[in-house]
Ligand binder design. Sequence first.
Ligand SMILES: *[C@@H]1O[C@H](CO)[C@@H](O)[C@H](O)[C@H]1NC(C)=O
Ligand SMILES: *[C@@H]1O[C@H](CO)[C@@H](O)[C@H](O)[C@H]1NC(C)=O
Ligand SMILES: *[C@@H]1O[C@H](CO)[C@@H](O)[C@H](O)[C@H]1NC(C)=O
Ligand SMILES: [Zn+2]
Length: 256
Amino acid sequence: MKLILLQSLFWMFVFHRIMGEDSGCQLRGGKCQKDNLHCSGYYVNGLCSSYGSRRCCFNSRTDPISCTEVKIVSRSDWGAVPPTNVSYLKPPVDLVFIHHTDTQSCSDLESCSKILRSIQYFHMHVRGWADIAYSFLVGEDGNAYEGRGWDLIGSHTKGYNDRSLGFAFIGNYSIHLPPATGLSAAMNLIKCGIENGKITPDYCMYGHRDVRDTSCPGEALYREIRTWTHYNCTDSTLFFMGNLRSGTRSIHFIKP
Ligand SMILES: *[C@@H]1O[C@H](CO)[C@@H](O)[C@H](O)[C@H]1NC(C)=O
Ligand SMILES: *[C@@H]1O[C@H](CO)[C@@H](O)[C@H](O)[C@H]1NC(C)=O
Ligand SMILES: *[C@@H]1O[C@H](CO)[C@@H](O)[C@H](O)[C@H]1NC(C)=O
Ligand SMILES: [Zn+2]
């Protein structure tokens, strides 16, 4: 009896030495290595055993799913800096939030990339978040831009980030709508997410202002998304959660 106990303690010790403090990195699909070595993706702190200067290297940030009906500009193509931390969603999610960035709009790769870099800077250095807040962003050029992507928890909708994806239109849509190419890019992105197991087919969609005291995604865009099929969601979970979390927000939940 004692022997078995000693043996299992020994194997636990061995397991801990091998996996132990690196398991946080390994379970997420990364590899612990000295951070003076080249990492083809990006490094994340705090997931490897602390001796030396070892950090967790991830090769690619998300499952490389391809979307045929919308062009997704990758992070490296818009000049993103690596995130300072990552946490993972459990796909598929059944909630989608629509935002606007409340910035200038943009209509080509160069101007959109420039705005994205400044939003990322703002979110990381002023807001103190690990990365640009949104899962994806859509420009008036009709392109989608990769934010945190399909698999990582964002910082777009407080209280709901760990179970939703957040799509933001780049611009201020209080008065006017994004162009048709932008609207269909967002719809095709959601469709692609469903086809690839990232979003449930019966997902519910809301605007940011449905759960927070904000004008986001802008009056004009908000009016538009309320005509989209999945806005009309019969799932009352969010309704009650939203009510509980934010007190008097129920006025925004016009149920069918
Ligand atoms: C990374 O984020 C997770 C979840 O929000 C948090 O628990 C953890 O402390 C963060 N790690 C670092 C190194 O900031
Ligand atoms: C967005 O547009 C509205 C309406 O024109 C305006 O009141 C608001 O200040 C704009 N937001 C920013 C950040 O400029
Ligand atoms: C919303 O749901 C109701 C009841 O299910 C249905 O009659 C109505 O057509 C729906 N509206 C939209 C915009 O899908
Ligand atoms: Zn928002």
